[in-house]
Structures are given as structure tokens and as C-alpha cells.
Design a protein around this ligand. Structure first.
Ligand SMILES: [Zn+2]
Length: 55
């Protein structure tokens, strides 16, 4: 999502972007950009599927 006037520095790719930002946990600590957030969401899915409850 593009948020005019609001900049974040992505902790994953290191780029400064004009976005609201996303919580980068569990991949990294801080805010990440929308494109890196895809990786973060996949990592969260992995964590869910690897949880004991599904094992
Ligand atoms: Zn990024």
C-alpha cells in the first residue's frame, strides 16, 4: 500500500520506500516493504505448517 509522505526503511531489502510498512517478524525485527512482506507471510505459513499440531 502506498502512503504519501510516509517512508519506511525495509529491514529485509534495505530500501527506503514510500509505504506504511509491515511487521517483518519472524524474518527480521522491524518494518519491511510490501514486496518483502510476501516472504514474511510465507515464513509465517511455514511456521504454521511445521507446528507440532499439524505434525
Ligand atoms: Zn523490502
Amino acid at each position: 500500500m502506498k502512503t504519501p509522505g510516509h517512508f519506511i526503511k525495509c529491514v529485509i531489502c534495505g530500501k527506503t520506500k514510500e509505504e506504511f510498512g509491515n511487521n517483518a517478524m519472524p524474518v527480521a525485527k522491524g518494518l519491511c516493504c510490501d514486496s518483502c512482506n510476501r516472504e514474511v507471510l510465507l515464513a509465517r505459513l511455514d511456521a504454521v505448517f511445521n507446528a507440532e499440531i499439524f505434525g
